[in-house]
Design a protein around this ligand. Structure first.
Ligand code: ADP
Ligand code: UDP
Length: 237
């Protein structure tokens, strides 16, 4: 597989074309950002962990019947994926109140919901990724109503799979963000990544944060937390 010119450089990954028009190579960086790019830093070794973790979790989800963009891991930081046209929605599932949900609704972090919730943000950096509902998303033609139904079904399915898996690792899945895309034939698949950058993961015993909140909130031991959660995953996958 030949790596061709760079298509895009994002905050956490670079995306390259290949000699196959249906395939891309994603290259994970150690760069970390928060608050819509306002806070910048480096988490040493993050790219390697996020690449591997995302690939292992996506392969698990595939086995559970959720289609993903994953094709093959190429190196520590590089993965071959199916090229998609990204649906510009950040799909957020929550099992426990935290972060922007706690702030917006004035609920303490850690309140466990009776049922998981879903919300969408419009993926648009200039607008600061505003919260959007599914009717607005359909009106703006970001996705069809049918695509939104599929995305919701997959997102809740992903939550059930990941919640159960992380629980085996002694980790509580608090919330996460996923992105979906369309293959050239219109099929909706899970794309982007699933990692401590995009999930809130708390130690089930101590409640210790094992995710990007350590960077966002200057809690220290950021690299240790990424390494710890990766080790837990490797012991149970
Ligand atoms: P951001 O764009 O938010 O800074 P990243 O640094 O993670 O994020 O960049 C990766 C970009 O690649 C994201 O915009 C993501 O939507 C996009 N992407 C992820 N998977 C695919 C895929 N399979 N095909 C096309 N684009 C993808
Ligand atoms: N998230 C993400 N990218 C974003 C915004 C959120 O991956 O641009 C993830 C975040 O890591 C958390 C979940 O989505 O696991 C919910 O985040 P929240 O809305 O609470 O936002 P935050 O507190 O990060 O601003």
């Amino acid at each position: 597989m030949e790596k061709k010119e760079q298509l895009y450089e994002g905050k956490a990954k670079k995306v390259f074309l290949t000699d196959d028009p249906e395939l891309l190579i994603v290259d994970y960086k150690d760069d970390a950002t928060a608050f819509n790019g306002l806070k910048k830093g480096t988490i040493v070794g993050k790219g390697v962990i996020n690449n591997k973790m995302s690939n292992l979790l996506m392969q698990r989800l595939e086995k559970a019947g959720i289609p993903t963009h994953f094709v093959r891991e190429l190196s520590d930081r590089e993965t071959l994926v199916k090229k998609v046209s990204i649906v510009p929605l950040e799909v957020i599932i929550r099992n426990i109140a935290a972060g922007s949900f706690s702030k917006r609704y004035g609920v303490e972090e850690g309140k466990v919901f009776a049922c998981p919730t879903i919300e969408f943000s419009y993926k648009n950096d200039d607008l600061g990724d505003p919260l959007i509902n599914s009717y607005h998303a359909a009106a703006l033609e970001l996705a069809t109503e049918e695509e939104i139904e599929t995305i919701k079904k997959y997102a809740f399915g992903i939550n059930e799979q990941l919640k159960a898996f992380w629980s085996e690792c002694g980790v509580t899945l608090v919330d996460f963000k996923v992105e979906f895309g369309r293959l050239s034939d219109g099929t909706i698949v899970l794309a982007d990544e699933i990692s401590p950058d995009t999930c809130r993961l708390w130690d089930s015993e101590t409640g210790m944060k094992l995710d990007k909140d350590r960077f966002r909130r200057d809690l220290g031991n950021v690299e240790d937390a990424y390494t710890e959660v990766m080790n837990r995953l490797m012991q149970h996958i």
